[in-house]
Design a protein around this ligand. Structure first.
Ligand SMILES: Cc1cc2nc3c(=O)[nH]c(=O)nc-3n(C[C@H](O)[C@H](O)[C@H](O)COP(=O)(O)OP(=O)(O)OC[C@H]3O[C@@H](n4cnc5c(N)ncnc54)[C@H](O)[C@@H]3O)c2cc1C
Length: 441
């Protein structure tokens, strides 16, 4: 039975990263009937990587990549722009060392791919190996979380440096953090520019259709298809790469939940403001408390970026009042970190949805005879969903890639009870995490 797609992505045209870029002409929408080898739905990191991998392995195949909106206006273009090479949830179990090494192998494979593509296609996205500070606001979190993370890094034989408050202040220009761990392998970039560049450099056998929301899908049977308002693609095989929107396709409804995040960019800082910051010309930090904490950057073009807020959002919609509150919190948290900069303002404020699972594992695999899905990024999808896209293509092609087992080292997303039980369970759990981590905001 074909499924009507009940919840489509919307673009509120607020994405700060794409507002900094030159205008881009989107590819035309799908029109008419097509019969192809492959259709990939969703042009974020996962979908673009899947389409490229299919083209690489089957140079004569016909491939469509169908995107509801415009490339770069989705979560892939709205995120904080950290391509992170390492797991960053500390763990104390011995088994986790092997798991982490395998996850790192997958991460480095995807980072190598991104590095090569950025260089080969001259993707102008401020791509830089700036490293990452993983920071704690309170001494308690420094001891409970960062110390464990330092032990993990030692066990994984990954280089790192420990920074106390004073050294962090010298580097970053804020004394807000009690301690931080610097690891050198993270790349920072403008994420909208990166995903645009990746999509615009796809091989010519990939037909990219933008502004083409899929409103009906038949994923089962021998002739799967997807339909938009103006056209339909029948394909031998379908790959879904719609992350938080998987639930609309009836996929992984009991395995993942959508969460909503908020982010802001300041105007460019003046020379006199920059003189009041630290010695590092550009940097990025992630919070030791992933749910309550704030992600922060000083960008190449000298803006401060903050990402804060992490809430259960089953409707994939929010209200103006919620946005206003989140924006005020972003501004307040930025000013608290940099009181020396005077009354900092925000030039851009936006939000985006991603998907998480209860056990931090991906929702990935074959979903019907001729349909596959790579979903549930758990928050670090630039790297992980570049890998997921390439690996789901390999799985669909029947290629035996040992990295698939590494990618699934934590298993797949486990069962979450349906609504309304889920609303109570997940909503309360996240609200509790935010409350417990309130000092890490
Ligand atoms: C504010 C924020 C900050 C983040 N920071 C980071 C970070 O610093 N580093 C990091 O690695 N990750 C970060 N993330 C997570 C990261 O953005 C995601 O992991 C990543 O975008 C997932 O990629 P994806 O391709 O799976 O999904 P998406 O980017 O969500 O792409 C899915 C695509 O599917 C399309 N789609 C959905 N429904 C349909 C339909 N019916 N028809 C057609 N197309 C459809 C959507 O329009 C979308 O383009 C952040 C996310 C947010 C929101």
């Amino acid at each position: 039975m074909p499924l009507p797609i009940d919840r489509l992505p919307t673009d509120d045209h607020t994405n700060g990263w794409s507002a900094l870029l030159p205008a881009r002409v989107p590819r035309p929408p799908l029109q008419g009937e097509l019969d192809l080898d492959w259709v990939v739905v969703g042009a974020g990191y996962a979908g673009v990587a899947a389409a490229r991998q299919l083209a690489r392995q089957q140079p004569s195949a016909s491939i469509a990549l169908v995107e509801a909106g415009e490339v770069g206006e989705n979560a892939s273009g709205r995120n904080s722009g950290f391509a992170i090479d390492l797991p960053h949830v500390p763990s104390t179990s011995a088994q986790s060392t092997d798991q982490a090494r395998r996850a790192i192998r997958v991460g480095r494979f995807a980072l190598d791919e991104l590095n090569t593509l950025v260089k080969d296609h001259r993707i102008n996205c401020d791509w830089a190996r700036s490293g990452r500070y993983h920071v704690a606001v309170t001494n308690e979190t420094a001891v409970n979380v960062l110390k464990t993370y330092a032990d993990n890094l030692e066990a994984w034989h990954e280089p790192f440096q420990w920074f106390g408050r004073k050294r962090l202040q010298e580097r970053l220009g804020t004394d807000y953090y009690s301690a931080g761990i610097y690891t050198p392998g993270t790349y920072l970039m403008n994420p909208a520019a990166l995903v645009r560049g990746l999509a615009d450099s796809l091989p010519s056998q990939v037909w990219l259709f933008e502004n083409s929301p899929i409103i009906e899908a038949e994923l089962h049977g021998s002739a799967p298809y997807v339909r938009t308002a103006l056209g339909r693609i029948r394909a031998r095989k379908v790959i879904l790469a719609v992350n938080a929107f998987s639930q609309s396709f009836g996929v992984y409804r009991k395995r993942q939940v959508p969460v909503l995040l908020f982010a802001s960019l300041s105007p460019q800082l003046s020379e006199s403001q920059l003189a009041l910051l630290g010695a590092a010309p550009t940097w990025g930090l992630t919070p030791a408390h992933g749910v309550a904490g704030s992600t922060l950057r000083l960008t190449c073009d000298k803006r401060l970026m903050i990402r804060q807020g992490f809430e259960y959002s089953p409707s994939l919609r929010t209200t103006e009042a919620r946005r206003a509150k989140a924006k005020a919190t972003n501004l307040d948290l930025l000013r608290r970190r940099f009181p020396q900069l005077g009354n900092l303002e925000l030039e851009h404020f936006w939000m985006g949805w991603l998907a998480v699972s209860q056990n931090h594992a991906p929702a990935f695999g074959q979903i019907a005879d001729n349909a596959y899905a790579a979903s549930c990024c758990n928050g670090s999808g630039i790297v992980r969903h570049t890998a997921a896209g390439m690996l789901i293509a390999d799985l669909a092609l029947g290629r035996k890639n040992p990295l698939i087992d590494d990618f699934l080292v934590q298993g797949t997303a486990n069962y979450i009870p349906p609504r309304p039980l889920r609303d109570i369970g997940v909503g309360l759990r996240l609200a509790w995490d935010v409350w417990r981590g309130r000092s890490e905001k």
